[in-house]
Design a protein around this ligand. Structure first.
Ligand SMILES: [Fe+2]
Ligand SMILES: [Fe+2]
Length: 401
């Protein structure tokens, strides 16, 4: 944001002014850091609704208009064997959240014996001395952070449910549509389990984060199915896999661990489907100019996801008025749990961008500058099944324990 951070200048303003001004200053920071403004123009109305009007925080429902078209094919040709194979696996691996998970598990978010998150997920050691939390407060803070993350998962799952339904209508392959029908069921189940866990076990639900709202709003409003696909199946699902994996590895709460293990296995199929569809589409149906536009857009969204999920809702609850937003942002950026989450997220995302053809030499320099290119060499989603993902997370857990 340059040498002078405008966020540090608002410290002396009254709280109610700061509350409106600071998010807008942050938004200015976001817009100033955009490298390819052209790729972001289409998102401006969503940015207005998300950051300025803050529609995600309103109590009532939100209406979003989608102008995508449905693709019918009356010949029913089997046209994509790998998708057909995913469809078969998806049917075999369905699960009923009612019976698969032990909902009678007694979850006490404040029980130090079974912590939702380890203390070093988000340590508060760097807080100014006057703000030091008691042990009891630290446990409640851990409860807030977990409930905030799971609330964002839930909101993301609602977006994934609608996006899956829309792309099922729009993709040109019959095998893709059959597969898509299973993803719609999967995402419905994910909404069910996250909501139930939040409502019955954590008793806390946060509103949708402004950044997440903005991305979902942009994807819902974009009539191009491949943009919905890129945004939802690759970027947001990549983010989700990073977050689910980190939380799965770190939590000691058995019900949450089981729940995440099931969800991760579904999500691995979703990303696999996403990369198959996009690789085919990008290499055969797009002009070079259209490909470049998506490449730029993916880069901007990747940076947004890295820099902007700052848990400001938790900040407002705990430290608004005592800590500046800039100080809070520094804490979030330094938290080991959230750092690991960003690592896992980009380890999943970058190989997939490479696989689908959105990591050409033209853009590599920008990823390199952002410190993200080093993640690109890993395994893409076609080479990582749900079982392999879980196995990988379990072995890592063994290493750190
Ligand atoms: Fe999902
Ligand atoms: Fe998904």
């Amino acid at each position: 944001m340059g040498m002078l951070n405008p966020l540090s200048l608002t410290r002396h303003l009254p709280l109610n002014v700061r509350r409106r001004l600071e998010p807008l200053l942050e938004l200015v920071g976001v817009l100033r850091s955009v490298r390819s403004p052209g790729a972001m123009t289409a998102m401006l109305p969503s940015i207005g609704r998300g950051f300025v009007l803050r529609q995600g925080r309103q109590a009532g429902p939100t209406r979003m208009v989608s102008g995508h078209s449905a693709h019918f094919d009356w010949t029913y040709r089997h046209d994509f064997p790998e998708m057909r194979d995913l469809y078969r696996r998806a049917k075999q691996n369905q699960w009923d959240a009612e019976v698969a998970l032990s909902w009678d598990t007694d979850v006490d978010p404040l029980n130090p014996e079974v912590p939702l998150l380890p203390r070093d997920f988000f340590p508060l050691d760097d807080l100014p001395a006057r703000l030091t939390l008691t042990v009891e407060e630290e446990r409640r803070f851990g409860h807030s952070v977990t409930a905030w993350m799971l609330s964002q998962f839930l909101h993301g799952e609602q977006g994934a449910l609608f996006a899956a339904a829309q792309v099922t209508e729009s993709v040109p392959w019959l095998d893709g549509k059959l597969y898509g029908s299973t993803q719609v069921v999967d995402e419905g189940r994910h909404v069910e389990v996250f909501h139930r866990y939040l409502e019955q076990k954590l008793n806390k639900l946060y509103t949708v984060n402004d950044n997440l709202f903005t991305i979902i709003d942009a994807l819902m409003n974009d009539p191009r199915w491949d943009m919905k696909f890129l945004g939802m199946q690759i970027m947001i699902e990549g983010l989700a896999l990073g977050a689910f994996g980190t939380l799965y590895r770190m939590t000691r709460e058995p019900l949450l661990r089981d729940l995440l293990r099931y969800v991760i296995q579904d999500e691995a199929r979703h990303v696999h489907y996403g990369v198959l569809a996009l690789r085919q589409h990008i290499s055969t149906a797009l002009t070079e100019r259209e490909r470049r536009e998506r490449e730029d857009w993916a880069f901007e969204i990747a940076l947004l996801m890295r820099n902007r999920f700052m848990a400001h809702e938790v900040y407002e609850e705990w430290f608004e008025g005592t800590l500046s937003r800039a100080q809070w942002n520094d804490l979030v950026l330094a938290a080991p749990g959230l750092q690991e989450f960003r690592n896992v997220m980009f380890a999943r995302l970058m190989p997939n961008l490479r696989y689908i053809g959105l990591l050409s030499d033209r853009i590599k320099g920008r990823y390199e500058e952002a410190g993200l290119l080093r993640y690109a060499a890993g395994a893409d989603a076609t080479r990582l099944s749900g079982n392999q993902l879980i196995h990988e997370l379990d072995t890592q857990a063994g290493q750190v324990a």
